[in-house]
Design a binder for this molecule. Structure first.
Ligand code: ZN
Length: 286
């Protein structure tokens, strides 16, 4: 749920304004206005000369290279540690140099940023270029999984965590916490990632007991499988997909869900919701 339109181009200042960021370097951006969000810009580094480059794979996912211009890259710098935490939604932009006419029209040589959509980090791995200027350096690349393809299928999705609607809530909570499910791991595969995501959605749905966890209303209609229809909202990121901790998801009626994303009081609303969910989680934990 971002204000950017896929395929449209934006000035860098617009990206920084959205995040509330004053960063001057390129690459990965973040800020205080959208704390669950990273903007990743691709291009202007890597390429044939360097021996590696960001790349879109045919299934719609991306490999996105970490930050660190020389030598081995570390997962401890601010950008790479945020990417590897799995706790952030990623807005991905590709960059290009402006044409001479655009420079004249805009009065700046600044690059243009084309929006590619919203992603989650589903895993990462080390990559060592075999040629180019970064040959032999240990780089990190992150797998970006597009958001939005399976929005309403979660609860019924089969998952190999063997969680189902008859499971005890406390037992489910315990298992999800023991998976440390908000974190991504090297070489986690997409099936496992989706399975975790499905598990945490099922958990929120069961915890809600068919009532919106914000306003308490009964779900507006009943799903085909008999459960009340509620949407699962992530409290601290932009995207409502991906695995997470039980304390970071809420099952909401469609009105409250829109409110959580779009209302003028969404920050206060989110805070109150977070407190309410924390209380529920403590009660379940006993
Ligand atoms: Zn509601």
């Amino acid at each position: 749920m971002s204000p950017f339109v896929i395929g449209e181009e934006y000035e860098r200042s617009r990206l920084l304004e959205f995040l509330g960021s004053g960063q001057t370097q390129s690459g990965v951006l973040w800020g205080r206005e959208e704390q669950g969000c990273l903007i990743c810009t691709s291009g202007g580094r890597g390429g044939k000369k360097a021996g590696y480059s960001d790349e879109r794979i045919s299934d719609g996912t991306w490999w996105y290279f970490g930050q660190g211009r020389t030598g081995d890259q570390s997962l401890r710098n601010a950008a790479n540690s945020k990417l590897s935490s799995g706790n952030f939604s990623v807005l991905l932009f590709t960059t290009r140099e402006p044409t001479a006419k655009e420079v004249a029209d805009r009065g700046t040589y600044g690059k243009l940023f084309s929006y590619c959509g919203q992603f989650n980090v589903s895993g990462f791995e080390q990559f060592v270029p075999i040629n180019g200027s970064r040959q032999g350096d240990k780089l990190w690349r992150f797998r970006l999984l597009p958001v939005g393809e399976e929005k309403y299928n979660y609860y019924s999705e089969q998952n190999d965590l063997a969680l189902d609607s008859s499971s005890d809530l406390r037992e489910m909570q315990h298992r999800l916490l023991s998976l440390n499910s908000s974190r991504v791991e090297p070489r986690i595969n997409l099936a496992e990632y989706r399975s975790r995501s499905a598990a945490v959605h099922l958990y929120a749905s069961l915890r809600s007991n068919g009532q919106c966890e914000a306003c308490g209303s009964v779900a507006p209609f009943t799903r085909l499988d008999g459960r009340g229809f509620l949407e699962v909202h992530h409290l601290t990121r932009l995207a409502d997909e991906g695995p997470d901790l039980p304390s970071n998801v809420a099952a909401l009626c469609p009105n409250c869900h829109r409110r959580a994303h779009y209302s003028i009081d969404r920050k206060d609303f989110g805070k109150r919701l977070q407190d309410a969910i924390e209380l529920k989680e403590n009660i379940i934990a006993g």
